[in-house]
Write a protein that binds this ligand. Structure first.
Ligand SMILES: CC(C)(COP(=O)(O)OP(=O)(O)OC[C@H]1O[C@@H](n2cnc3c(N)ncnc32)[C@H](O)[C@@H]1OP(=O)(O)O)[C@@H](O)C(=O)NCCC(=O)NCCS
Length: 186
């Protein structure tokens, strides 16, 4: 698959694939946000990681991105980390799923919505991408607002396979929001 682009930006937000030398900045943001993220992000169960483990993780993300797989981005405003997001190839050929988390000190200011807008634009610059989706636990009302504000359509609520890791507040039901190249550009 064609590699996904590594960076995009607007006047107020920079979204770029994490670089290994940004491991300390990612570390500080996750440490400051751990309890805010714990209810909704299954990966928080593995925290705290050491900075060196995070650097190795970033190197793994970079090589996956270079091979045409997922891209994991940092979100920056005025030189500070305000969260993280990703384009994930979980939908199979032709689609990508957006994921996001926002630093505890920066929620409620439109960061996730602006990052998702930028990532949707970015995804549709890739020739083989026709569909972009956001999936969130049905109890995560703040997350649901993000695709709703961007005009995505809620196309389904699905059950998450029991084997998938679940964060403490997750119910096991997921809302699926979708936009297509044609709808988005129209
Ligand atoms: C969900 C999350 C990413 C939203 O980030 P954010 O930058 O605050 O999002 P935005 O400001 O772009 O939009 C959030 C919207 O949700 C609304 N909202 C916030 N808390 C809410 C709640 N408890 N119930 C309903 N709506 C809520 C906000 O008012 C805003 O909507 P509005 O613009 O219409 O007022 C952030 O809260 C977060 O990091 N949560 C923990 C991790 C997570 O849940 N990630 C998503 C997993 S699918």
């Amino acid at each position: 698959m064609e590699p996904l682009p590594l960076a995009t930006a607007s006047d107020c937000l920079v979204v770029r694939a994490w670089a290994p030398d940004e491991a300390p900045a990612l570390h500080a943001a996750v440490v400051a946000s751990t309890e805010h993220l714990r209810p909704w992000m299954p990966w928080i169960a593995h925290e705290p990681l050491a900075v060196e483990e995070r650097r190795a993780m970033i190197e793994g993300w970079r090589s996956e991105a270079a091979d045409g797989g997922d891209v994991v981005y940092g979100m920056w405003a005025e030189g500070a980390v305000v969260g993280g997001c990703g384009l994930h190839r979980r939908l199979g050929p032709g689609g990508v799923e957006i994921g996001y988390w926002v630093h505890a000190d920066h929620v409620g200011r439109g960061v996730a919505t602006e990052a998702s807008r930028l990532l949707t634009e970015l995804a549709f610059t890739v020739a083989d991408i026709e569909v972009v989706e956001v999936h969130h636990d049905v109890a995560n009302a703040a997350s649901a607002r993000v695709p709703e504000k961007l005009g995505f359509v809620r196309v389904a609520d699905i059950s998450v396979p029991a084997a998938e890791p679940r964060a403490p507040a997750e119910t096991g039901r997921r809302g699926v929001w979708r936009t297509t190249r044609q709808t988005w550009r129209g």
